[in-house]
Design a protein around this ligand. Structure first.
Ligand SMILES: [Zn+2]
Ligand SMILES: [Zn+2]
Length: 366
């Protein structure tokens, strides 16, 4: 690979050398205030990227009040990941052309390419047509125009602030160098690890995977297979127990009137579309099998798929009925919904179990 972006290469190389070279001097000046300083600036930088750059600007998963936008546009200066406009442009390319030549950080070019090397190789051919909404946003355009002076001023201010509570070296090392490295590598891991190790529950045909461990470091972005399958959803971790602080922040902000129009994919429609996708994939694989196996499996797959379709349609219908009634009638329908939900979950479990066996037998993911 020939380096095309020398200035980025030198910047990234220098700060990594700085991190290593200063480490022996940084350890003795470590303190709990230094750790808190690192952690708070890491959270501000990282969350501004996930809440703002990613789910708001790249995917329009919700709308936000200008004051909320300013918070993420300023907070993102702690991340050093370019302006929101450029970041979102690259990211929309990634989603539109994932796993192809036009994907800026394609995993097909290797783990380290997707992680970091793409930064030195990628030449952005900016096309306003991909980001017309952002081109009309004065806040985004302001941040883009003055990004370099803003990022320098904000970080100088933060380090100066840290110096009030700790040794200047500690403020510089923990509140700038280490924090920036941490935010950047965590973002990059989404492009590398979250396209390599994990489960493909929602879109088997893509390289993106769900990786709960990565979600811990990336404020919920680890559920990347779901995200690629349903990118407009403001959530990445859709279950209540999924660690997705980005989703929680957007939700809490909506209660405070700072964000609005949070988009979600209806879970019944979601699972229905998955079953259809799986069904087509398995049927396609069966065409390579001997007739006996193919017939047996086709029957199994079609029976379960039809069953799931019926159960989910019934549940959707009852849920719609529930909206227009009240009193005793409502209680009765609620009971029916409860029973249908049990069926729905059971039917989904049956489907998952069958796909797991099919996965092993026919290697669906490859
Ligand atoms: Zn991705
Ligand atoms: Zn995305």
């Amino acid at each position: 690979m020939k380096i095309k972006n020398w200035e980025i290469f030198i910047f990234v190389l220098l700060y990594h050398i700085g991190l290593l070279a200063l480490l022996p001097f940084a350890i003795p000046v470590f303190s709990w205030s230094a750790f808190i300083f690192f952690f708070v600036t890491y959270v501000i930088g990282g969350m501004s990227i996930t809440v703002g750059y990613h789910r708001l600007y790249s995917h329009k998963a919700y709308t936000a009040k200008p004051v909320f936008e300013w918070l993420v546009l300023i907070g993102s200066l702690m991340a050093f990941e370019m302006s929101a406009l450029k970041w979102s442009f690259d990211h929309r390319l990634h989603h539109n052309h994932v796993d192809t030549e036009e994907d800026p950080y394609s995993i097909n070019k290797g783990f380290w390419y997707a992680h970091i090397l793409w930064l030195f190789d990628y030449v952005r051919e900016f096309d306003a047509k991909l980001v017309p909404d952002l081109m009309k946003n004065p806040r985004v355009m302001f941040q883009d125009k003055y990004y370099i002076p803003l990022v320098i001023a904000a970080n100088a201010l933060v380090v100066w602030f840290g110096c009030l509570f700790m040794e200047p070296l500690a403020a510089f090392y923990y509140g700038f160098l280490l924090r920036m490295a941490m935010v950047q590598h965590c973002t990059w891991f989404i492009n590398s690890l979250c396209h390599t190790i994990g489960a493909k529950t929602y879109a088997r045909e893509l390289s993106a995977v769900d990786n709960a461990a990565m979600a811990l470091f990336t404020f919920g972005e680890g559920y990347h297979n779901y995200h690629h399958a349903f990118a407009a959803d403001y959530r990445n971790g859709i279950r209540w127990y999924h660690f997705d602080p980005t989703k929680w922040t957007i939700w809490i902000a909506s209660k405070l009137g700072l964000t609005d129009k949070l988009r979600t994919v209806n879970s019944i429609i979601l699972l229905k579309s998955l079953v259809q996708k799986d069904r087509l994939l398995i049927i396609d694989r069966l065409s390579h099998e001997v007739e006996e196996i193919a017939t047996e499996w086709t029957h199994k797959v079609e029976t379960l798929a039809t069953q799931f379709d019926e159960v989910s349609s019934n549940l959707s219908k009852k849920l719609r009925e529930l909206k227009g009634v009240s009193g005793a009638q409502k209680m009765n329908i609620k009971k029916e919904v409860k029973a249908l939900r049990v069926n729905f979950n059971k039917s989904w479990q049956d489907w998952i179990q069958m796909t797991r066996i099919a996965d092993k037998q026919f290697e669906l993911e490859h």
